[in-house]
Design a protein around this ligand. Structure first.
Ligand SMILES: [Zn+2]
Ligand SMILES: [Zn+2]
Length: 185
């Protein structure tokens, strides 16, 4: 679905607000004692996000009904603002990032969902940047841009946006040699 800018960029309101809420939730409840479980959770949430991002892209965006139609559209028209409304996707990240842990380890849950939200935000910014920003060799997102442009030419490889690590782990790393020729690395 082609969506308007408010829905496409709406996460820039919901994610900072949610992060402020979870930081407050952790440290207002437990003070400095929250720091260890919170930051352990934050790290875990970030790492798990990168893995989730890989599989969401590889399976859901490329094979599930509705989502794969939307994603095909993105492959054909990479600069169009296509996606599901951001409030829906950040709501899913919050539910899945917080729900499994909060009942028995609430400070870890505050951190984990924060890490997942930061990962999700970085993913969205990085993906948007690969298509819309001029990124030169040596700049921070250059590797992500090269990796993702190759994915747009060959959609069996390079599903990771933030990192190529999981592509390496699961054997889907690919490199574009020429426009019409693709070889696994
Ligand atoms: Zn793309
Ligand atoms: Zn894709």
């Amino acid at each position: 679905m082609r969506i308007n800018k408010f829905l496409y960029f709406g996460d820039f309101i919901t994610i900072p607000a949610a992060l402020a809420f979870f930081v407050y939730s952790a440290f207002a409840a437990s003070g400095l004692a929250a720091a260890l479980p919170y930051f352990a959770g934050l790290f875990g949430g970030l790492v798990v996000w990168t893995l989730a991002e890989y599989w969401i892209h590889r399976i859901a965006y490329h094979h599930w009904p509705v989502l794969s139609d939307l994603h095909d559209r993105h492959h054909e028209a990479p600069k169009e603002l296509i996606g599901i409304p951001s409030f829906l996707s950040s709501g899913i990240v919050i539910t899945l990032g917080y729900g499994p842990f909060f009942a028995f380890w609430p400070r870890f849950a505050d951190g984990f969902v924060s890490g997942a939200l930061i990962g999700y935000a970085v993913y969205m910014i990085a993906h948007h940047a690969t298509h819309h920003w001029r990124i030169e060799p040596g700049q921070l997102l250059y590797a992500a841009r090269v990796r993702h442009m190759a994915h747009h030419y060959h959609d069996e490889a390079n599903f990771g946006i933030i990192t190529g690590f999981w592509d390496w782990v699961f054997g889907t790393t690919g490199r574009r040699r020429r426009r019409d020729h693709f070889a696994g690395a």
